[in-house]
Design a protein around this ligand. Structure first.
Ligand code: C2E
Ligand code: CA
Ligand code: CA
Length: 640
């Protein structure tokens, strides 16, 4: 393509690219992408110089000879300058260690400085690089040879880091990192042979367009709200860290109870909080080190120079967390949980990192309340066990056959009739064996997996009730335990009811047990669900009564039919029955039906009978039974 046309085309392309990246700063998130803007501006200046040279050559304007010579020298120096810029850009994309990038660039800039000094000193003499009025052609001279050798050297040294880090580079970056020096070298050789730099202009323009497009594609991976890199880029970064075996400190920051904040203050303020938080974290780290990896979760990847500051950075973030955040007139406090892990000191492989990350995120979610965790290797066996259980739970959700229901009968004290039963969950895992609730319920609650598990259990219980309905029996209902997490989704009441009705059983055959701590966590929601379901005659039992808070609000304000007095209170009653007697009197005054839990001995049963507790559940009568045994028991109990 002739010189003028190629110049014009490049000029127009660069204007479009520059306007777009400056208007929508989509790709300026990491240092490499930001440098792309500088590179584009440099190339644009180079184009302006070339246009000016053309205008001078064509004689449209006239300038004093000295100015022309200065322009000539500047244009001459701009070739290797652009190549150095490309080289630096490439190194930034390829090498993770920014210190090394800086050192490398310094080494490369040195011969360029020598070239510049000679060229500028030569302006008056024109021996090194003689002035040619035609501007656009390159005539032979010592300067040209120096320029050629230097720029070719740059191209070659650009390929080396790419080859060295080829495994860490993602598809298109590897391709472009090899294409760029090859295309530039060909352009320079053509330049030498034809004395025209049309090819050089075209190669630069095409590389600009390619990187611009890649940047646009990557911008999809930027979180649109905060402008931070997203989880996808975080995963890529972690991958790169482990491949390049660099030292890093990874810090996770979580806004505690963000969902609650959002519900309370609305999405405008919660979005603003996320933006404020991102800005703050960018101040602490930099935008290239800060990621938003989930709704309420951020992550900082601090490299080797910064990772000694880790404790300082964490205390800085904690200290910020103690101060309020300002939203217009409002000042609001939030709680932040922080966790950190050092690579490779604490985790050596990416697999270990994934485990550590899961563990830390889980701990943060569980412990909450402005907590800080530093990962340590010692945790990793218990952690491994927990993770195994979590994956067993996930597997059970995929394969509900692993969810086993045991039924513990509940008897009427006076008549010793079987009146109801409590459904208790167990997990039967292929690798871990039979898991009791003590091993998995808390983990299931922390990980949110309890929600699908409760649904599976409820379906199974409904089916058992349907089986039982084919013969006469005295069983009133079977109760199912609900956790706080079960109430988190919208429309829980309707959903539970649907499941029960879909199974073809009557709602009053099901009861739910809810502890006081669950009620206290989200009183309004629990109250709403309870009202909705008790209209359908589903019964409710206040579980584990006599432990924990016992602030009678739940009992007074919610439609509980039954109260289950905890095993600990029953046990104590044999040495002193006052507490149990008082509780019983009070509950009877409130018209509640009482179930004594964990009754193991005749002595305990006698006390219960004496103070008129209506129902009893415990090993004295029966342990939890598997489904078949339970069904036979119900059949037999009717015959008796
Ligand atoms: P819980 O709701 O208080 O259930 C009663 C627990 O006491 C059961 O333990 C039962 O086996 C045990 N138990 C009953 N009678 C006696 C007795 O006489 N002596 C002694 N020492 N223990 C007795 P399990 O089955 O191990 O369940 C433990 C806890 O796990 C349950 O306590 C409940 O909080 C939770 N859990 C069990 N299944 C589920 C479920 O499906 N969903 C939820 N959210 N929690 C469940
Ligand atoms: Ca229970
Ligand atoms: Ca209980």
């Amino acid at each position: 393509m002739p010189y003028i046309e190629s110049l014009l085309l490049s000029f127009v392309l660069m204007i479009f690219i520059l306007v777009d990246i400056l208007r929508l700063p989509l790709i300026n998130k990491d240092r490499g992408s930001r440098f792309f803007i500088e590179l584009a501006v440099s190339f644009f200046i180079f184009l302006i110089l070339s246009v000016l040279a053309t205008v001078l050559e064509e004689g449209y304007i006239r300038l004093p000879l000295m100015i022309c010579k200065i322009l000539w020298t500047l244009q001459f120096l701009s070739f290797p300058f652009i190549v150095i810029m490309w080289m630096h850009f490439n190194a930034m994309n390829v090498i993770d260690d920014q210190n090394l990038v800086r050192k490398l660039t310094a080494v490369h800039v040195l011969p360029y400085v020598v070239l510049s000094v000679i060229a500028i000193a030569d302006i008056g003499y024109q021996r090194f690089y003689p002035f040619d009025r035609s501007f656009v052609h390159l005539s032979s001279s010592p300067g040209t040879t120096y320029l050629m050798i230097l720029t070719l050297f740059y191209c070659v040294s650009m390929i080396l880091p790419t080859l060295g880090h080829r495994r860490e580079l993602h598809g298109s970056y590897l391709f472009l990192s090899l294409l760029m020096p090859s295309a530039l070298s060909i352009a320079l050789i053509t330049f030498r042979l034809t004395h025209s730099y049309v090819m050089f202009i075209m190669v630069n323009s095409f590389m600009m367009v390619l990187f611009y497009l890649i940047g646009q594609r990557d911008s999809i991976r930027v979180d649109p709200l905060t402008g931070l890199s997203s989880k996808e880029l975080f995963d890529r970064k972690i991958n790169k860290i482990f491949r390049s075996k660099s030292n890093y400190s990874i810090v996770f920051i979580e806004i505690e109870n963000f969902q609650f904040f959002k519900t309370r203050y609305g999405s405008m303020i919660s979005d603003e909080l996320l933006i404020l938080m991102s800005k703050y974290l960018i101040d602490v780290a930099s935008s290239s080190e800060t990621y938003r990896i989930a709704d309420d979760r951020f992550c900082l990847c601090l490299n080797s120079q910064r990772y000694h500051d880790i404790e300082h950075i964490i205390s800085q973030i904690k200290e910020r967390g103690d101060r309020p955040w300002t939203f217009g007139e409002k000042e609001l406090f939030i709680q932040m949980n922080i966790a950190a892990v050092a690579v490779p000191q604490q985790v050596r492989t990416q697999q270990e990192f994934d485990l550590a990350m899961n563990e830390l995120l889980l701990e943060m979610k569980t412990v909450g309340k402005n907590s800080t965790f530093m990962y340590s290797r010692e945790n990793s066996t218990t952690q491994q066990k927990k993770l195994n259980i979590i994956s067993a739970l996930r597997e059970s959700i995929r394969n509900p056959d692993q969810v086993i229901v045991h039924y513990q009968p509940i008897y009427e004290v006076k008549t010793e009739r079987l009146v109801s039963a409590e459904a208790l969950m167990r997990i039967d895992d292929r690798d871990l064996g039979f898991l009791p609730p003590s091993e998995f319920i808390t983990l299931a609650e922390q990980s949110g997996l309890i929600v699908p598990l409760t649904r599976i259990l409820l379906d199974k219980v409904c089916r058992t009730i349907r089986t039982l309905s084919s013969f006469d029996h005295s069983l009133e209902y079977i109760s199912v335990n609900l956790s706080a997490e079960d109430f988190e989704a919208k429309g829980v009441g309707k959903e539970l009811l649907c499941r029960i009705e879909n199974c073809g059983i009557l709602p009053h055959n099901i009861g739910f047990e809810i502890t006081e701590s669950v009620v206290l966590q989200s009183f309004e929601t629990v109250a709403k669900v309870m009202m909705e379901l008790s209209v359908k005659k589903i019964t409710f039992a206040l579980d584990d009564f006599g432990t924990g808070y016992s602030n009678f609000r739940a009992l007074m304000d919610l439609p509980y039919d039954f109260v289950k007095i905890d095993r600990s209170v029953i046990q104590k009653s044999t040495s002193n029955a006052t507490m149990l007697t008082l509780l019983t009197e009070m509950l009877h005054k409130m018209d509640k039906c009482i179930i004594a839990e964990g009754v193991e001995t005749l002595e305990q049963l006698n006390i219960i009978r004496d103070i008129n507790i209506e129902r009893v559940q415990g090993f004295f009568y029966s342990k939890p039974l598997d489904e078949d045994t339970f069904i036979s028991l119900v059949k037999d109990s009717d015959e008796r």
